[in-house]
Write a protein that binds this ligand. Structure first.
Ligand SMILES: Cc1ncc(COP(=O)(O)O)c(C=O)c1O
Length: 367
């Protein structure tokens, strides 16, 4: 059974078959415009991270509004976006393994691709595959500015690594990438200070490399949480925010100044007791890695547990006499990036009325 049929177009959103993923198309557009406007008057460019939305429609809209291209986390995402006509992609991640390197270089023969490296053997392999296919691949060196994920230590270790890659004939060094965007645990002045401190690590590394006579054309950083700070940083040339476009409850509670644009629609399937309701959206319909999702259209109903196919709601005085089997509940995910790929498509909504559906590409465990 499909959860969207052409007859659904024009219906009120609460009449849809559940669970399904709703996208408020006007809110998406306002978020795109707002972020683009911020960067329109600055030297720093916008390259939104498409891992959040996995939607060629949104990517094209972001580029039409002024983005220079998109960022992807995985090769498979980049391939899917290129097939959908999106050009100029930064893979803000390392691509490792011969098979993937062949695919990556094939992709780089079709459009502008930049990839990150932080390992010498990987850089050598990348260079060899590129040369065998007669091209050079653009690379950024990933620098760890405090996330403790991928990336080399800033400063001398990065310069020394770069010096060892310079004679690799298939690699074209373009610059540096460092992600300082996960500063959700801080607010206000403290966040500004920490963000600037992390950006400074990247900038100092750039200066060190340039003092060695090597040009650093690109410095890529930033996320939705830090775009205002990092986007104003003189030496950062581009920013890669992702979740600002769809938003989620986590971003809302961390004062990210964009509009929520996606929700999951679920139905009440059981009312076993006075203060309990069960919905048809569980872990396969909505993620909870950033905490319990939030019911939007009913006061006094709190999601307390998600099983595979069920969500349990605890009801208080405001909701227990109202809610009945068959009712639709609109739920805001706490993490859009991990909820969106659970669905084949978004159902787009305008003024609460169904407009169409939009494909979500490269779903599942992208390689
Ligand atoms: C390397 C990198 N860049 C950018 C982003 C985008 O962050 P946000 O969705 O908070 O804008 C992420 C998010 O995980 C990331 O890992």
């Amino acid at each position: 059974m499909l959860n969207f049929r052409s007859e659904d177009i024009g219906k009120h959103k609460l009449e849809l078959t559940t669970p399904c993923l709703l996208m408020d198309i006007d809110a998406i557009d306002r978020n795109i415009q707002k972020m683009s406007l911020f960067f329109s008057s600055r030297p720093c460019k916008l390259r939104p991270h498409a891992k959040t939305h996995k939607s060629p429609f949104i990517a094209h809209r972001q580029i039409q509004a002024g983005a220079i291209g998109i960022t992807c986390a995985k090769l498979q995402d980049a391939k899917a976006f290129v097939e959908a006509g999106v050009d100029n992609i930064l893979i803000a991640n390392e691509v490792v393994g011969r098979e993937k390197l062949h695919d990556l270089i094939d992709l780089a023969t079709k459009t502008q691709i930049i990839v990150c490296v932080d390992n010498l053997q990987n850089a050598k392999d990348l260079s060899e595959v590129a040369i065998n296919k007669g091209i050079k691949i653009d690379v950024l060196i990933e620098v760890d500015v405090g996330l403790k994920r991928c990336g080399l230590e800033p400063g001398l270790p990065t310069l020394q690594f770069l010096q060892r890659t310079l004679d690799l004939p298939g690699i074209n060094f373009k610059g540096l990438m460092g992600y300082e965007g996960a500063l959700f645990f801080l607010a206000g002045e403290e966040k500004v200070r920490e963000c600037q401190k992390r950006n400074q690590l990247l900038i100092n590394t750039k200066s060190l490399i340039e003092a060695d006579g090597i040009r650093v054309e690109i410095v890529s950083a930033g996320g939705s949480n830090t775009y205002k700070i990092t986007g104003n940083c003189e030496d950062v040339t581009e920013i890669q925010p992702g979740s600002y476009v769809t938003m989620d409850d986590w971003n809302c509670t961390h004062d990210i100044d964009f509009e929520p644009a996606i929700t999951v629609l679920a139905s009440v399937v059981s009312r076993p007791t006075k203060d309990r309701a069960i919905i048809d959206a569980g872990l396969k319909a909505i993620s909870m890695d950033h905490g319990m999702p939030k019911v939007m259209n009913l006061r006094g109903a709190t999601l307390t547990e998600l099983n595979e196919e069920h969500g349990r709601l605890v009801l208080d005085d405001d909701s227990r006499d109202i809610i009945k089997v068959g009712d639709r509940l609109e739920i805001m995910p706490t993490h859009g990036c991990t909820t969106i790929p659970l669905y084949d498509n978004y159902i787009t909504i305008k003024d609460d009325v169904v407009v169409d559906k939009l494909e979500i590409i490269s779903r599942g465990a992208a390689y």
